[in-house]
Design a protein around this ligand. Structure first.
Ligand SMILES: Cc1ncc(COP(=O)(O)O)c(C=O)c1O
Length: 411
């Protein structure tokens, strides 16, 4: 298989960690849905900030604080271009997807009444289930669930029957982290809007793999994490439509988000600052801006088409292994492949693969309801990044053959 159309080795060379040996074998990193590796320029951006212009932002009048503030706000602008937001201020820096969803879920506590409803899907990450459950507990609202078919696609007919004038929000993942389904979110958003229901999209697994245009999608909220986007941990983005950012109250309060404070009363700035109380993760935000530049230079459409080829290649290879079931066979998938092997525990598979230098994720993937839906205790999950190769996938198959030999004896 040729890779000339996508200079993967050129990109690989930019990730220092890919030079590592694990157990004397070259690292094959296929746990990108958990977190991606960082290119040198992202690492260097953080160092440069610390070496040259570390200061707190939006305060003080000295040179360093001006430079740091400019770097932070430039990163916000880069991120807003990356997801095609109309206005950089609509991109709130948060800790990650989890915090972004919690921020909105907290905001909805003041908007919901008993017996109102929130709809999620059966294939969500816990981060897009538990915050809504908590909001329901506090408000008396109810959680409704869109089921999925055996292939991992959502049953949109049932979605239609779930929506009513009691529905106050639909919160759904763009790409399912455990099984890779790409949900038809634009269609889903249109269906929700026909019932005047706002929509939050969990984009944690979508932004690294495809172009996202929040204006085209027309979603009310879109959330993602920097560390799954070749950026650092501790930073993520919550995009919101202006009228919704106006409507929901601050999640945290304190310094930097106020216009005035007396002991009787405080008044708040408008967004994004209304939602960024305290010293934000400045270094991480600036480095996320660098990651976004890196991806924009390569082109998300190129990454998408390359990873689609990896997906087809891996699916064919794995499909030919007797006793291996791929969980989630949606027509539209990201290169996230979960599988089980008859009578072999995912943890055993992960351990043997680890001896081959191969990093995969095993277990429930923070998606216990998905595992329950498919009747499995857990799976082994391969998830690619832009630096993975066909040869690495061949090695995974060799590793799996060895797992089978160890646990079932030679064929
Ligand atoms: C779809 C999805 N949503 C939310 C999250 C939570 O992201 P974070 O841990 O970065 O907040 C993840 C992480 O794996 C995810 O895959």
């Amino acid at each position: 298989m040729k890779q000339f159309d996508f200079p993967v080795n050129e990109y690989r060379a930019q990730f220092p960690i890919l030079q590592r040996l694990i157990d004397d074998k070259p690292l094959i990193y296929l746990d990108n849905a958990a977190t991606t590796q960082k290119p040198r320029r992202v690492i260097e951006k953080m160092n440069k900030f610390c070496y040259e212009y570390n200061a707190n932002i939006h305060r003080g009048a000295h040179y360093l604080t001006e430079q740091a503030t400019e770097a932070y706000e430039t990163a916000r602008t880069k991120v807003s271009h990356f997801i095609h937001a109309k206005n950089p201020g609509q991109c709130i820096f948060v800790k990650g997807t989890t915090e972004g969803i919690n921020l909105v879920a907290h905001g909805f506590e003041s908007l919901l009444k008993p017996n109102d409803e929130i709809i999620v899907s059966q294939i969500e990450h816990h981060a897009n289930i538990v915050p809504w459950q908590q909001t329901c507990l506090k408000t008396g609202a109810k959680l409704k669930v869109i089921p999925c078919f055996d292939n991992g696609e959502l049953d949109l007919n049932i979605l239609e029957s779930l929506m009513s004038d009691r529905t106050k929000l639909l919160a759904i993942t763009h790409v399912a982290n455990a099984i890779g389904t790409v949900n038809p979110v634009k269609d889903i958003i249109q269906r929700a809007h026909a019932h005047h229901i706002p929509v939050l999209i969990d984009g944690a697994q979508a932004v690294p793999h495809m172009t996202v245009d929040v204006q085209d999608l027309d979603c009310e909220f879109y959330v993602f994490s920097g560390h799954k986007l070749y950026g650092p941990t501790g930073i993520g983005v919550l995009y919101g439509k202006a009228e919704w950012l106006d409507r929901i109250p601050p999640y945290q309060t304190g310094g930097e988000m106020i216009t005035s404070v007396t002991f009787e009363k405080s008044t708040f700035k408008t967004w994004p600052y209304k939602f960024e109380a305290g010293t934000p993760p400045v270094i991480e935000a600036v480095a996320l801006g660098e990651a976004v530049d890196f991806l924009t230079e390569i082109g998300l459409d190129h990454i998408h088409s390359y990873e689609n080829k990896l997906l087809r290649y891996a699916t064919n290879l794995l499909g030919s292994i007797p006793g291996l079931q791929i969980i989630g066979q949606a027509k539209d998938k990201a290169c996230i492949i979960s599988f089980t092997l008859d009578n072999i525990h995912p943890h055993d598979i992960g351990t043997v693969l680890n001896h081959h230098g191969i990093a995969v994720r095993t277990g429930r993937h923070c998606a216990e309801p998905t595992m329950t839906r498919f009747g499995v205790v857990g799976t082994t999950r391969i998830s690619t990044g832009l630096y993975n190769t066909y040869e690495e996938l061949d090695k995974v198959v060799e590793g799996i053959q060895q797992v089978i030999t160890i646990f079932r004896g030679p064929a």
